[in-house]
Design a protein around this ligand. Sequence first.
Ligand SMILES: [Zn+2]
Length: 439
Amino acid sequence: MPFPEPATEERLRDEVRELARELIRIDTSNPPGRESIAAEFIAGYLAEAGVEAELAGPDPERMNLIARIEGAGEGPSLMLMAHTDVVPAPDADWTVPPFAGEVRDGRVYGRGAADMKGELASRIVAFAELARSGERPAGDVVLIAESDEERNTADVGMSWLVRERDDIRCDYALNESGGMVLELAGGRRVVTISIGEKQAASLRLRFYGRAGHASVPAGADNVLARAAEAVRRLIAHDAPAELTPPIAAALDGLGAPSGDPAVAIEWASDQHPVLAGMVPAMTRMTITPTGLQTHEPANVIPPFADVICDCRALPGQGLDDVREQLDRALDGIAYELEPLEPLEGGTESPTDTPLYAICEEYVRERLPGAELLPIVSPGFTDSHWVREAHGTVAYGFAPVFSTPLAVYLDGMHGADEAIDVADLAEMTAFNLAAVRSLR
Ligand SMILES: [Zn+2]
């Protein structure tokens, strides 16, 4: 890669590589998670750096880790956060064992290497290094290694922490889902930083027909035909595009044509294959069918069928907007809507902050000519909880300057997940820069 090695000492690079490997070897596949084993391991590691960490949570098997380095004065507090759970690794496509933490050609492999045990390791090493150095940051630095991010259903991780532990409240937070370098069509380089996320909910759409015995199908009104047509229409439907102000400003800064959001989005999509997928998703509601269920034995034509959908709404949208899009997509097919959970998420942080400026400066220094590109994550992250409950300014940012994007993105929740050791070092260097320079 054309980038120089980060200014991280070899000692820290070895440390973060080995720590990432150790964390990958602790299987925290969620479900069931069992993140306490990882939390205890991290606590032991921090103890060697002279930091006493605390384990907290309502489930003894799924504890979160909290550690703090007190600031010298009244400077802003900063949370370094990372989840300890990973998604399972069931697919047969893995060419390396997913929980061995193997290193090949300067790259660490295993479930969580990219999402997000590598990043977790970099935050822990930066935190430990700060503690070992005896330096006092301007404000408190709080390290959180939380459980249950991937499923986010057990209320044992960040949702529990922000509710039960107000003392972890911080002015700023660094979390996952940014830091990718994109070379745009015009030769310009941008580095993503996640400033917000969409709302998410699962929906159940119920369709009715007339039940009958499958041995005499002629007289029945088979609801599966209606449900299948509904699935087809939902997949074909595009909700209208909308730009939130920070995204509009970012696209503007890149030189997108102003005026019609759809034109700006099309322009941005043409700039990079990653943006081609991401920009349309982050600028409109998506309702994606992910399941089709009936509740009868195979010899019964069912009275109703359920289509389960994943719904991602933009910040500010509500259930009425969801209904409106369903009406448009289904165009006359009668349905009953039941949200399986309320729309959750949809928070966004401003970009005119000292932490954003630190990220900006880091990128400019390390990749001359590159600019930050704020994005709204189509997926959910724990940044939402601290934004919503504590008013924290939270960004998803950890530099991925070396790992090829295809390797990085395909591995997340996929097979052969991996990250370059150079990026683990880069992330460590960035986290250290952030804790040392936030004032
Ligand atoms: Zn993650």
